[in-house]
Ligand binder design. Structure first.
Ligand code: ADE
Ligand code: ZN
Length: 341
């Protein structure tokens, strides 16, 4: 049984599996280079973040209607529920949909309806985080936030994603100040491809409460100290880092070093349709490849609840479930050991 956990770094557009991509493209009478699922999946090999983003934005362009956004989010939430996810804080990229001619109201109503239905049917707690595309710059981000404010009750925070190098967090100082004035939570991708200086800027200039990826933070000892002392969460995505070649193999991943440094790290899937696994597969992969035992995996699950934006009461409830799951696992392991000796 998967451990109860929160998923805090997940782009809903990155859950678009080739099967659904083809279904939606056909329904909207849009063409793709191929309509063959296996051929589409064979394209999912990347050299870096940019080669991935090129394909991701091409595929995102099939999403046009409320039903498309509903089906996308509903499929992810079903999958997440099966993976033990109790809480999901989900990124979406509205600037890209606007560029494709899709009104924001269509995106918001499709996603919000799927979240409400999953809450009712599966008891999963989920909220949306609106991401700004950093390669479109600070003014476009301000326009985006302004346009999104009529939907303020349908998202809990803002994030920063897309091409990182050359687009430092400092470009987004004003829009993050606007978001803070609206009481929105603030997170930002930093230190995925960019260096520790991007993480510093996200903290100092944007007031980021959580850093997405942050794997390069380890290169700067004083940054590590700051992250540790302030318990700033880092939402790490191990399979993504391998797929986008931020690390050569999972066995080389810095996650053990980050844990050894006492950082509040969590494990997440990022864009699971593209990177070979949903959140539980990320947990299983780090367990197998980095030699993490049940205690470390439970620590990572506990970290995810500490790092999430749910209420203290919700977090206490999930932590209690987690403790029960861990004691059940321990009891089973002891029983198996007893039978085999
Ligand atoms: N958009 C979707 N996935 C992303 C990632 N891993 N980094 C930056 N932008 C993204
Ligand atoms: Zn991401």
């Amino acid at each position: 049984m998967p451990l109860p956990k929160a998923e805090l770094h997940l782009h809903i557009e990155g859950t678009l599996e080739p099967e659904l991509l083809v279904t939606i493209a056909r329904r909207n009478e849009l063409s793709l280079p191929t309509m063959d699922v296996a051929e589409l999946r064979a394209e999912y090999l990347f050299d870096d973040l940019q080669t991935f983003l090129d394909l991701y934005y091409r595929n995102v362009a099939v999403l046009r209607t409320e039903q498309d956004f509903y089906e996308l989010a509903a499929a992810y939430l079903r999958r997440a529920h099966a993976d033990g996810v109790r809480r999901a804080e989900i990124f979406f990229d509205p600037q890209q949909h606007l560029r494709n001619g899709v009104p924001l109201a269509v995106v918001m109503s499709g996603l919000s309806a799927a979240l409400a239905d999953a809450r009712a049917a599966q008891g999963i707690s989920a909220d949306l985080i609106l991401c700004f595309l950093r390669d479109l710059g600070g003014d476009a981000a301000k326009e985006m936030l302004h346009a999104a404010l009529p939907f303020r009750d349908q998202f809990i925070g803002v994030g920063l994603d897309s091409a990182e190098m050359g687009y430092p967090p400092s470009l987004f100082r004003e829009v993050y100040a606007m978001a803070a004035a609206e009481d929105l939570r603030r997170v930002a991708h930093a230190g995925e491809e960019g260096g520790p200086d991007y993480v510093w800027e996200a903290l100092d200039i944007l007031g980021a409460e959580r850093i997405d990826h942050g794997i390069r933070a380890l290169e700067d000892a004083s940054l590590v100290q700051r992250l540790r002392e302030e318990r700033i969460p880092l939402t790490v995505c191990p399979l993504s880092n391998v797929a986008l070649r931020a690390v050569p193999t999972l066995a080389d991943h810095m996650l053990p070093a980050m844990l050894d440094e006492g950082l509040l790290v969590t494990v997440n899937s990022d864009d699971p349709a593209y990177f070979g696994g949903y959140v539980e597969q990320n947990f299983e992969a780090v367990g197998a490849q980095l030699g993490f035992g049940g205690d470390v995996l439970a620590q990572l699950a506990e970290n995810s609840f500490e790092a999430c934006f749910a209420t203290p009461e919700q977090r206490a409830g999930w932590n209690a479930e987690l403790r029960e799951a861990v004691s059940r696992q321990t009891a089973q392991a002891t029983e198996t050991l007893g039978r085999n000796t």
